[in-house]
Design a protein around this ligand. Structure first.
Ligand SMILES: [Zn+2]
Length: 135
């Protein structure tokens, strides 16, 4: 269950990573106003500009006096969203490497116990059934 959740989060993170890559490229090509919102008397602008995501809080749109100005580089968002997919990739490569070594050594694929001389058809360590070797 935990592994499945990790995989789902990695997939979502990969989607965000691709989206942030597209935003990063877009932010260098054009200045975009993504969102303009009024909350109470204050206004908020969410813009893409020169490779950055900018959140600006404005007292009044008429005089554009800002009280909040957050700048987040798109590459930082890309980097943060790439962490989980990279960890998943490393995990898959490592697991395949371990399974390959166990197959080469004639060990149990589940627990790694040496099955040299085993004729019972099951691993004595974990009980996993062993497929008969084809000559
Ligand atoms: Zn085993």
């Amino acid at each position: 269950m935990t592994r499945r959740l990790f995989t789902i989060f990695c997939g979502l993170s990969l989607l965000l990573c691709v989206a942030s890559l597209v935003l990063w490229v877009r932010a260098w090509m054009a200045n975009d106003l993504i969102l303009k919102a009024h909350i109470g008397n204050n206004g908020y602008l969410l813009t893409l500009r020169q490779g950055r995501i900018e959140l600006t809080g404005i007292w009044d749109f008429a005089d554009s006096a800002s009280w909040l100005n957050w700048n987040i580089p798109c590459w930082l968002v890309l980097l943060l969203t790439a962490v989980l997919p990279v960890l998943l990739f490393i995990s898959v490569v490592r697991r395949r490497s371990i399974l390959s070594a166990r197959m080469k050594n004639g060990s149990c694929l589940k627990c790694g116990y040496s099955l040299t001389g085993n004729v019972s058809g099951t691993c004595p360590e974990c009980g996993m059934e062993i497929a008969a070797k084809t000559p």
